[in-house]
Design a protein around this ligand. Structure first.
Ligand code: NAD
Ligand code: IPM
Ligand code: MN
Length: 359
């Protein structure tokens, strides 16, 4: 197959982990006989510095001319005091909105080799397998009015019925293809937007009689994610709750550096990015865990290109390297086999070669 991939490295560890994912994709292309064309473009702080905007029009055009987008991370202290429109994060929010990427799919799966790296007891973290479906283009992030002055500030949490319906349907479909359980997380005891959210979930569930639905308040859901994470299959929630709960859930896997994500719209077009940020504290040190970015690339192959066996090969290769005891320093139980970002990628590629030879 021939595909064009827009690559937006961004800031901090973004370029390091994106380079890792691109290397892995090149290895896959060679082995499976695909041709990937690359369109590198600027986003975030790097784009503010070069083009004066966190999402330049050249970048939007590159993405529009591509079959999928692979993104690193944006942000950093250098731009933290910029006005809202000149902040790196605005570039990410704008690209999500521009492409209507309303469904952010964040799988959280315990890795047997990493159980010792989780702060949770092994018997709690073991066999966790859930997907957080986060609404990505509405809620507090985008609601108007949004402003502040010296004495007051306002953000607006608004959701329309249509926005809720489409994300809830996406989550029901996903639950149906998995273990048939859906937890809808809201704050319906306080928030008006959550009352509508809950009502829509109740209405839509008639179309999915095979899915068991539970409504949960976000505060207790945050607690249950840690005390009994195996109870979750698919979690659907609004934008900001999903942002917070997914970083929380990442500790089950041992590190935020393990979580990939897909941000998709109805026709399958998607942006793929790690859940983590630009990690300024370790940027430029060849220390970042590239797993989340590499696994995001695997999600891209599966979901946007229909390349199931290529995606599985990547996932198996990452797991094999971890099972051999090699990992980056964020995974505390890795012991004396801590390796650099670059070395980790080389190991993943060696595994891919081994898988291919043994087929
Ligand atoms: P962060 O996710 O960048 O880092 C949190 C902690 O996790 C840090 O200690 C970091 O070193 C560690 N970490 C994250 N990813 C890692 C990896 N792959 N390997 C090893 N360790 C990793 O969150 P933060 O520090 O709160 O935010 C830093 C910047 O990133 C901010 O500007 C923020 O706005 C931005 N951010 C961007 C995104 C994104 O681009 N999608 C997501 C979250 C935060
Ligand atoms: C994420 C990030 C972003 C978000 C920020 C950087 C805007 O935290 O992708 O999880 O809050 O959505
Ligand atoms: Mn986040």
């Amino acid at each position: 197959m021939e595909k064009t991939i827009a690559v937006l490295p961004g800031d901090g560890i973004g370029p390091e982990v994106t380079e890792a994912a691109v290397k892995v994709l090149k290895s896959i292309a060679m082995r499976y006989g695909h041709t990937f064309h690359w369109k590198f473009a600027a986003i975030g702080g790097a784009a503010v510095d070069e083009f004066g905007s966190p999402l330049p029009k050249e970048t939007v055009e590159a993405c529009e001319a591509s079959d999928a987008i692979l993104l690193g991370a944006v942000g950093g202290p250098k731009w933290d005091n910029n006005p809202a429109e000149q902040r790196p994060e605005k570039g990410l929010l704008n690209i999500r909105k521009h492409f209507d990427l309303f469904a952010n799919v964040r799988p959280v799966k315990a890795v047997p080799a990493l159980l010792g790296s989780s702060p949770l007891k092994e018997e709690i973290a073991r066999e966790v397998d859930m997907v957080i479906v986060r609404e990505l283009t509405g809620g507090l992030y985008f609601g108007e009015p949004k402003r502040h002055n010296e004495n007051s500030a306002v953000d607006t949490l608004v959701y329309t019925r249509a926005e809720i319906e489409r994300i809830v349907d996406q989550a029901f479909e996903m639950a149906r293809s998995r273990r048939g359980k859906l937890a809808s997380v809201d704050k319906a005891n306080v928030l008006e937007s959550s009352k509508l959210w809950r009502k829509v979930v109740e209405e839509r569930k008639a179309g999915y009689p095979d899915v068991e639905v539970e409504h949960m308040l976000v505060d207790s859901a945050a607690m249950k994610l840690i005390t009994n994470p195996r109870a979750f299959d698919v979690v659907v929630t609004e934008n900001m709750f999903g942002d917070i709960l997914s970083d929380e859930a990442s500790v089950i896997t041992g590190s935020l550096g393990m979580l990939p994500s897909a941000s998709i719209r109805s026709d399958g077009f998607g942006l793929y990015e790690p859940v983590h940020g630009s990690a300024p504290d370790i940027a430029g040190q060849n220390k970042a865990n590239p797993s989340a970015a590499i696994l995001s690339a695997a999600m891209m192959l599966r979901q946007s290109f229909g390349m199931e066996s290529e995606a599985s090969s990547i996932e198996d290769a990452v797991m094999s390297v971890l099972e051999d005891g090699y990992c980056t320093g964020d995974l505390s139980a890795c012991g004396n086999k801590v390796i650099s970002t670059e070395r980790f990628v080389e190991k993943v590629i060696e595994e891919l070669e081994r898988e291919f030879v043994s087929e």
